[in-house]
Design a protein around this ligand. Sequence first.
Ligand code: NOJ
Length: 536
Amino acid sequence: MQIDETASQETMSWWQRGVIYQIYPRSFQDSNADGIGDLDGIIGRIGYLAELGIDAIWISPIFQSPMADFGYDISDYLAIDPLFGDLPAFDRLVTEAHRLGLRVILDYVPNHTSDRHPWFIESRSSPTNPKRDWYIWRDAGPDGGSPTNWISEFGNSSWTWDGRTGQFYYHAFLREQPDLNWRQPQVRAAMLDVLRFWFARGVDGFRVDAIHHLIEDAEFRDNPINPQWREGRSPARRLLRVHTIDQPEVHDAIADMRRAAEEWGRDRVLIGEAYLPIDRLVTYYGAELGGFHLPFNFHLISTPWTAPAVSALIEAYEKQLPAGGWPNWVLGNHDRSRLATRVGEAQARVAAVLLLTLRGTPTIYQGEEIGMGDVPIPPERVRDPWERNVPGLGLGRDPVRTPMQWDSTPNAGFSAVEPWLPVSGDFARRNVAAQSADPGSILSLYRSLLALRRAEPALNIGAYVPVLTTEHVLAYERRHDESRLLVVLNFTGQAAQVEAGRGRVLISTGARRSGEEIGATLSIGPDEGLVAERLA
Ligand code: NOJ
């Protein structure tokens, strides 16, 4: 349990009190009838986001890109890709967001560029080019093959042979995404200037992509075999990535990013993307907390959806957070199977109560608030390069990137033309317009939870105090000053009885009315999650 006695609405930053909403821009709203979402589309829907009650939008990459990995392969960090708009459109978006009290977080991709970035074109032009060492070039191994056994995250070797200059280059992801060499001081300086460019344009923070991949072993040692790997799993997991991720030198680079952010004061946020065990993840807050404000905590995505497992996760995370390190929680994103598919529609509501009542900054992935699930993609419509590289293993991310469902008009109100990925078959029923009109919808639940979280310091900055965990139920309190809120979550489809103490219901996903009193013995309904005001 962490109690920060000094926490108050005034001393906490917006990124601590607030809620982040991830926009996957290709699939949020198309405004120019090309089937792909864009910045003007986001501007058109920004009123929806302000009303929903979130505090910040994080927009996945919108920069100039050949789109081999849908924007995570950048050929100019300082330009908006024409698919999405232009700099004036971006400036309008920031102005409009700020006018409505929403912060804007961009995606920063420091690990790799596109192979069409002018830096890489120069680098690969000759072994003596001044930018040669901006990327990671190596001679062939003694057998003429790859310099190491390293495997790309998307399958295949992570080394690509460049016949013209007679060396291999390294890429943690696609061959179209060569890794930058962060040991090269000029690379660092140029990449920090990217942050400065956008901060100067009014951006409130960055989500930093694939940070655990930033630096590789200086001695280029082979990775050991993973004895746990089985056929059918991701080929990249054949090896334990001891020499390719989470290297000690990464923290120095992150500290540089943090210093660049602080040139704009203390209010700009840096959020690091690192899929790591908790004990490693918490090191990304940095020595003396000079690292990321929020190293993304993805553990709710991978933890089995049971009360005991989630309870143990919360306790382990709370315990391992460094002093002064602010927690955060995520239920989904554009890379992982959607929440409603993972836990089912009824439990997705319980998960919403959990996400929005835990201690720490929540991030909502677009569509989660209407309960969107993974959408099956017919083979001829597959777009994700990962699925194309290693088909049939269930690794493709298209199913979680389908268009946002706004209403029941053709293409779900996302676009006037056929969208780049198919719209889910359930759009006529599952959409923002229909759910806005239904007080019992998951969208209405999200709205109530967001409003309550905003209104109650116990929820947005208070302490987390465990109450009980059973096979079915997790209960905890959130406390701030005299205020005590009780949260009770039934992770199963069976009713259960718990001794959670007395309270008056504020929100319930079940039949219980707001204002209803609950006694010392509570019968919690199947798939019910509730928030109550504590009664003595
Ligand atoms: C993580 C991003 O979230 C993912 O979409 C991307 O493919 C990789 N990093 C590579 O940038």
